[in-house]
Design a protein. Sequence first.
Length: 462
Amino acid sequence: MFLVVVLISIVVAFLFTNHYFRKDFRAEQSIQLSNTISDIERLYMVSEPRGLMPFLSETARLQEVTMVGVSMDGRWFGFGERFRSVAGQLKPEQVEAVFQGRTVAVQLPEDEQTGRLQGRVVGKLAKFGPFEVALFLSPERMPLERSFMRTSNMLLITLLMIGSLLFLVAARYLVQPLKQLTSATGRLAKGDFTVRVPMNRKDELGELAESFNKMADSLSRLESMRSDFVSSVSHELQSPLTSINGFAEALRSMEVTEEERSHYVDIIKQESGRLSRLSDNMLRLASLDSQHHPFHPQPFRLDRQLRDVVLSCEPQWADKGIEMELHLIETTIQADADSLNQVWVNVLHNAIKFTPQGGRIGVVMEQPAGEEAVIVRLSDTGPGIPEESRERIFERFYKADPSRDRSSGGSGLGLSIVKRIVSLHGGSVEAESLVGPGRLESGTVIAVKLPLKPPAEVGELR
């Protein structure tokens, strides 16, 4: 298809060039023939020949033109090889136009018998002494135009041959990478997310291959996350269901004591609550991922909200003897208060859960210079997060220490909800661990950065 387009383009370009050359050539030829008639008039006046007809005959021979004349009384005469052919194609109205003082230019068609070009005919009123003649001239031979046509045809054939050859060479250079991309796309569509297109090119095809590889990387990560998600959900559901089923069977036994029965009921309630929280968190995440989650940004005092959340959690941190340090600054933010309240509750519950007895939790606010934003840092003196887990703690169902998190009733969704809510506000959240050599104490810092006003596109999506 591409070759056809190239060939058509070459032919069209040739035809346009040929057309405009012929047009200019014929216009120039008309001017020359008109000037020749004027020169014949002057030559007749200067030379004073004995007779008009011998003069015109000799002039036609020397100028290599076909000459056709019509006198005022309608008599025709002519000289040259194509006299009869040219005379037969002149129309009465053209002769009449010449007698009216106009210059007439006519393009004759090809000779039907010989196939030769007959060229241009120019007619003009000429005065030879007392005689006025409608004189028509046509070049006897047209070597320049014929030469141009031969050259043009040879050039067209040469261009087509060279163009075809270059296309065959370029086709391999262009089509081969496209075949690779097509094959890779087919494999990707069948679920092979390991496929990549190696292509070291700096052109558009190279950019396309690079984009394809990035897309394959993203799909591979998404597939891995999907598999992990299914596995994690199955595991999180299976564990409490197994416990509930086991202790329910134990309760049916007549040999358990009242104390054991009460203990089993407490475990069933605990596991049921865990299932309920897991279900709530999954529904909340699904809602946050959709375009229909309620989002109503309103101005409110962020420092007051943080203080209220800390006070609402006082029974939990006071029970563990945790020291709470607050460094808040008066800040008004435009955001969805209910959603942000969930962020602080989730992060603070995590901090309380992993901070040991008598530990310390800090809540610090700061406003970066020159930015319309606020940063909230929630720190604890818990065990910290290993470096290899730091980048993954915001993934769904990820647990830095699965056994410890399970014993505390966590599902690995709390920080995922935090990240999603913060992202919806156009902010960012990061985790920093104080674990490592040279640290005086261990712990974790969760830093949440929020714009004072949500970006315009957030409102457009809602």
